[in-house]
Design a protein around this ligand. Structure first.
Ligand code: FUB
Length: 322
């Protein structure tokens, strides 16, 4: 089934992280809002200040908006820009992970805890120690171990951390190995990193790290991990070339080998997604800017079905194999 309509049109939504909890599909998106801030490469126009949660019984069926589940004013360490969130469950609790700028303007990842998938969520007083940059994504493996992935270039500040500490003037390299997303195991209570974060290395078909100049394939932002048939899929956005790509590996840390493109550029600058199985079918959750007539910072979440071929390669269900 292909569904190219926004899941909701009463508010702007983006960066959808989808999970199935208790047999229902939940989507944790960014909540875009109007602003007078002009578009720039740091993404200042993405000036969001709260989160809503959505749920549905069927893809294409009615969508419930559970309202505001967390807002900027409730998080003591945040100064602005509540960007792309994700959620996870463990030990009967639900966790909302979110990036935002701290009081020094540095992006960090925070977590808020709730009793139900639809929130509300109570934020921890400080950000997750050792976290930085944007776009947190969680993956809970079959053995119950949970991992936090994060990172995003340019406005997401990943390039500011190349030397291990924050350097406001850090720049994306134009040659050599590309910068990597980060991954760390979460503590059993899901609120801290259990260890130092590692690089999520993406290799090409020849086993060599993807190069910084390879803008069609290098990691930019929007990390997501899912597992299909025992294989770990690390998917991401290439940013300035606007593709959604994936790479596969045999464990949650990688390395991952580049596997191909899932999605071509959408209307709007950013592209950001998640992938989840619901009622026996697999779906790509993504956004574009069609609802606002193409305004980059006013986006809408949509859903498309995906399929895997016999080699595990992903394609959209309604597109012919190439
Ligand atoms: O929504 C703000 C930022 O735009 C996200 O964090 C990025 O992934 C991009 O979609």
């Amino acid at each position: 089934m292909a569904d190219k309509q926004p899941i909701v049109s009463h508010i702007y939504t983006a960066d959808p992280s989808a999970h199935v909890f208790n047999g229902k599909l939940y989507i944790y998106p960014s909540h875009d809002r109007e602003t007078d801030i002009k578009d720039n490469d740091l993404g200042d126009q993405y000036d969001m200040n709260d989160y809503h949660v959505f749920s549905m019984e069927e893809v294409g069926g009615p969508v419930t908006d559970h309202g505001v589940v967390l807002k900027q004013d409730d998080v003591p360490w945040v100064s602005k820009q509540l960007w792309a969130p994700d959620a996870a469950t463990k030990n009967g609790k639900y966790y909302l992970y979110f990036p935002a700028r701290d009081k020094d303007g540095i992006f960090r990842v925070g977590v808020a805890v709730g009793d139900k998938p639809e929130g509300p969520f109570k934020p921890e007083p400080d950000y997750i120690k050792g976290s930085f940059s944007i776009d947190p994504a969680t993956f809970v493996d079959d053995d119950g171990e949970a991992y936090l992935y994060f990172g995003g270039l340019w406005g997401g500040q990943l390039q500011c951390w190349s030397k291990g500490e924050f350097d406001r003037d850090g720049a994306e390299p134009d040659k050599g190995d590309a910068l990597y997303a980060k991954v760390g195991k979460l503590t059993d209570d899901m609120t801290q990193l259990a260890s130092e974060v590692k690089d999520v290395v993406i290799l090409d078909e020849a086993g060599k790290p993807i190069q910084a100049a390879d803008h069609d394939r290098r990691f930019f932002e929007a990390a997501w991990v899912h597992k299909y048939n025992g294989t770990y899929y690390f998917s991401y956005s290439t940013g300035d070339t606007h593709y959604l790509c994936y790479a596969t590996g045999d464990n949650p840390y990688g390395p991952f080998t580049y596997g191909g493109r899932i999605f071509e550029p959408v209307i709007g600058w950013t592209t950001h997604h998640s992938i989840a199985e619901f009622k026996g079918k697999w779906y790509l959750f993504y956004h574009d800017s069609t609802l606002s007539g193409g305004r980059n910072h006013l986006r809408c979440v949509k859903i498309r079905e995906i399929v895997y071929d016999s080699a595990g390669k992903i394609r959209l269900a309604d597109e012919q194999p190439v």
